[in-house]
Design a protein around this ligand. Structure first.
Ligand SMILES: [Mg+2]
Length: 292
């Protein structure tokens, strides 16, 4: 898989199985071999400058819902499914698929046993989500270096689901974007469109509109950085659990469940070799019109 400018050349995406099928996996290879993008890629690319690593799960303009498999060893990116069927997001007029590069920050976890005081809702049991609003379409499995500008607090089916807003530090506009208040100046309309996107994206599938904490207002950079710090602490605690509900096999020295070469080989070989893509659903380009 190609990696564009601004991607970290230290990491490589290794595809297995067939794109758009349930056996599709993207493993991430670092300088020392296969790693867990969730556990082994450092949260910070540059801590002093608050620059984070971001793992891209879904490239902009695509519809296939992909996410790190938090229950599988080495957390490869996989095709999300519902009742055995691959999940694709619908296009809500006037959008096409995801309207940003979508992914997660490594070494974070939204603890489902913790009620977030500011939202009143528990964590969603996943790494924290990020939308990267830069000019380029990033590759699936790319590791970007981003600065975080702010966050939305989506309440998705009763769970807190932070959506961090970030910019690739190598983007042509990165110097102009330093806090959430800069976004409207550089990308007029994007923040409003983003709230609408998250509010409505499950409606064509028969679900209600999503809700937001804080009336759908964005929190700023300082607030977002604080949220990230908290989810990093929850992740650290998870890595110390003897019998976690999620897979925590890792190369990080503090991890209770240590990775081995044998475990890497077994994880990769449990998946089929990379094959031809499955067909996209016939209605993947359809526009859906919802009442705002
Ligand atoms: Mg989430």
């Amino acid at each position: 898989m190609s990696t564009g400018a601004g991607d970290s050349p230290a990491y490589q995406a290794i595809e297995r199985g067939s794109l758009y099928s349930l056996d599709y996996r993207v493993f991430i290879k670092g300088p020392q071999g296969i790693v867990s993008p969730w556990h082994d890629i450092p949260l910070f690319a540059d801590k002093d400058k608050s620059i984070y690593n971001m793992i891209v799960e879904i490239p902009r303009w695509t519809n296939a819902k992909m996410e790190m498999a938090t229950k599988e060893p080495f957390s490869p990116i996989k095709q999300d499914e519902k009742k055995g069927v691959a999940r694709f997001v619908h296009n809500i007029f006037p959008h096409k698929g995801y309207i940003w590069n979508y992914g997660a920050l490594p070494q974070t976890w939204e603890d489902p046993n913790h009620v977030v005081p500011d939202t009143g809702a528990k964590g969603d049991n996943d790494p924290i989500d990020v939308i990267e609003i830069g000019s380029k379409v990033a590759g699936r499995g790319a590791v970007l270096q981003v600065k975080v500008l702010g966050t939305l607090a989506l309440i998705d089916e009763g769970e807190t689901d932070w959506k961090l807003v970030a910019i690739n530090v190598n983007d042509e506009n990165a110097d102009q974007l330093n806090d959430i208040s800069d976004v409207e100046k550089v990308y007029p309309g994007l923040l409003t469109a983003t709230v609408e996107w998250f509010r409505n994206y499950k409606i064509p599938a028969g679900k209600p509109a999503n809700e937001f904490a804080f009336n759908g207002d964005y929190k700023n950079r300082d607030y977002a950085n604080k949220v990230i710090g908290e989810t990093n602490e929850f992740w650290k605690a998870l890595m110390k659990e003897a019998s976690p509900a999620l897979n925590t096999i890792s190369h990080v020295p503090e991890a209770v469940h240590q990775a081995t070469d044998e475990a890497v080989t077994a994880a990769v070989e449990s998946t089929p070799e990379h094959g031809a893509s499955a067909a996209l659903p016939g209605d993947v380009d359809k526009w859906h019109f919802v009442q705002g």
